[in-house]
Design a binder for this molecule. Structure first.
Ligand code: ATP
Ligand code: MG
Length: 510
């Protein structure tokens, strides 16, 4: 096909054909004189259908055509060397009428023999991919920023409700939805709406309400059944109460991801849109990242609740201990002292008329006094061992070791005394663990160690007995864990069957 390039030398022809971009040449009227293969491909037209056409007609959508034609005409008449110096972005047209974005630059070609008419060459680059990548990058950055904001809230330990509000708003906006919700499954038949966000002026299922899952195929029901992210591209024709409700509110498409707590399905994050187009593919997995943060916030809230419950249980066990002491005092020592007072009064009455009987009564009172003293001493030991407060852990643990009917190797390496509550907790750990060894382990020996390590007091009781200790089956080990955790420490019980038991407490020294 004749033209300025193909009429030129072979080098020009090679450059024209090898270029990655579309190249067209135009005469001074802006009519196309030649196109390369890339131009045929991106416009979806054959060369012969483009040649002779106005470039503006081919490339530029109708509403932009006139200004462009003017611009080009101005450049053509001024004879400037550079026509469109830097590339312009504009939409272009394919043969089938679809638009695609291009970058266009136009240069004036030197002609071999002026005053031959000027020639122009246009470079057209299809930038669909580039714009898509840029858009993807922007979306990714927005998503990362949103995840970061939510993660910061979770890290600050704000109340769950605030995290749910933030998460639903972030995903709603990010995905261009009109409503988003966090629901909690309440069983196979229903779910409660825990929190949500709506675009202004859009209705939504109210927070606090319950929705039925059993009679319809909704996104929430699909997630419940499959435990996987799910979507529904249209509520049109869907049966059931919830589907009808959402349809009536004007929602079309919905997509969501499950929230797991300790491996169990707990709830879901859902977004819905009033637009007819479904959500783009892969949106489920973007929601899943937010669902994970929500799960983290949930786990934190649970941990706080556990801590609160454990503190409450310490207070409760302290109250129970006080009630027991009251009862013991009332039933024991107090009764004996009352009896003692009566006996002494009797002795005093008998003193003159029956000295022998008075003597017996005094002997009885003296016995009663011994018993009352023994009982008080016993009681005091239960409250707090005197040896611990007076001589500290090495002596108190050695006394515990002596009291049990097995051989205990006691290795206590402490040069200073820890704080009083830490010392008491360590004492009770060893006392309970040694009692357990005697009762259950079937071992003949045990080892007790206590030492200071990295700001902690570590005490351990190890036996080589039957193993299988299970804190959930009694109250002893659980009580120890509560006591230790309330002080900011940690209790560990390792007890594989047949391999002995190790009870280790780490208590903060400071
Ligand atoms: N050293 C051990 N060796 C083998 N089994 C143990 C050992 N310590 C505890 N166990 C087992 O673990 C269970 C729980 O112990 P835990 O001290 O919590 O409760 P308990 O001793 O049964 O009751 P409580 O301490 O309230 O009197 C015990 O019932 C026992 O079966
Ligand atoms: Mg026990």
């Amino acid at each position: 096909m004749p033209g300025p390039i193909s009429d030129g030398d072979a080098r020009a022809r090679t450059l024209f054909d090898a270029a990655f971009d579309a190249i067209v040449t135009m005469d001074s009227e802006g009519r196309i004189t030649e196109v390369n293969a890339v131009a045929e491909r991106i416009f979806g037209r054959r060369a012969q259908d483009m040649i002779g056409q106005d470039l503006a007609e081919l490339i530029i959508p109708e509403d932009l055509r006139e200004p462009h034609r003017h611009g080009l005409a101005k450049y053509l008449s001024t004879g400037e060397a550079k026509v469109v110096d830097h590339p312009l972005e504009m939409p272009a047209l394919r043969a089938d009428g679809t638009e695609f974005p291009v970058e266009l630059a136009i240069r004036r070609l030197p002609v071999p023999a002026p005053p031959a008419p000027p020639l122009f060459i246009g470079f057209v680059r299809d930038i669909t991919e580039r714009l898509r990548t840029e858009q993807d990058m922007r979306e990714l950055a927005a998503e990362q920023a949103a995840l970061h904001r939510v993660a910061a809230l979770v890290a600050r330990g704000v109340p769950l409700r605030e995290v749910v509000d933030a998460v639903t708003e972030e995903i709603g906006r990010l995905l261009g939805a009109q409503t988003s919700n966090c629901i909690r499954y309440e069983g196979p038949g229903s779910a409660g709406v825990l929190g949500g966000w709506n675009a202004p002026g859009v209705n939504s299922v109210p927070v606090g309400s319950s929705v039925r899952l059993d009679d319809a195929d909704t996104t929430a029901a699909r997630i419940y059944r499959t435990r996987q992210p799910a979507r529904l591209d249209s509520y049109e024709g869907q049966e059931g109460e919830l589907a009808a409700l959402l349809r009536d509110m004007g929602f079309h498409a919905s997509v969501g991801a499950p929230i797991f707590l300790e491996g169990e399905l707990w709830g879901a994050l859902l977004v819905s849109s009033v637009n007819a187009e479904p959500f783009p593919p892969g949106v489920e997995h973007r929601i899943a990242a937010f669902a994970e943060l929500t799960a983290q916030a949930l786990a934190n809230a649970e941990a706080r609740e556990e801590l609160r419950a454990s503190r409450a249980s310490i207070v409760e066990s302290a109250n129970a201990a006080r009630r027991r002491i009251e009862r013991d005092l009332h039933d024991g020592a107090q009764q004996r002292l009352v009896a003692l007072a009566l006996t002494l009064r009797r002795a005093s009455a008998l003193l003159d008329k029956d000295p022998a009987a008075a003597h017996d009564a005094l002997a009885e009172a003296s016995d009663g006094l011994d018993q009352a003293l023994a009982e008080l001493r016993e009681l005091a030991r239960g409250i707090h061992p005197a040896i611990l407060s007076e001589y500290g852990l090495p002596a108190a643990l050695a006394a515990l070791a002596d009291r049990v009917p097995i051989i205990v190797d006691c290795d206590v390496r402490l040069t200073e005394r820890p704080r009083e509550p830490i010392e008491a907790a360590a004492y009770y750990v060893v006392a309970e663990a040694l009692t357990n060894v005697v009762r259950y382990a079937g071992a003949e020996e045990a080892r007790v160690t206590a030492e200071r390590t990295d700001g902690y007091l570590r005490v351990e009781v190890a036996d080589t007995g039957s193993g299988g200790a299970d804190p959930s089956s009694g109250s002893g080990l659980r009580g120890l864990a509560d006591r230790v955790e309330a002080l900011g420490g940690r209790l560990e019980v390792r007890s594989p069957a047949g391999k002995g038991t190790l009870v280790r407490a780490e208590l903060p020294w400071a």
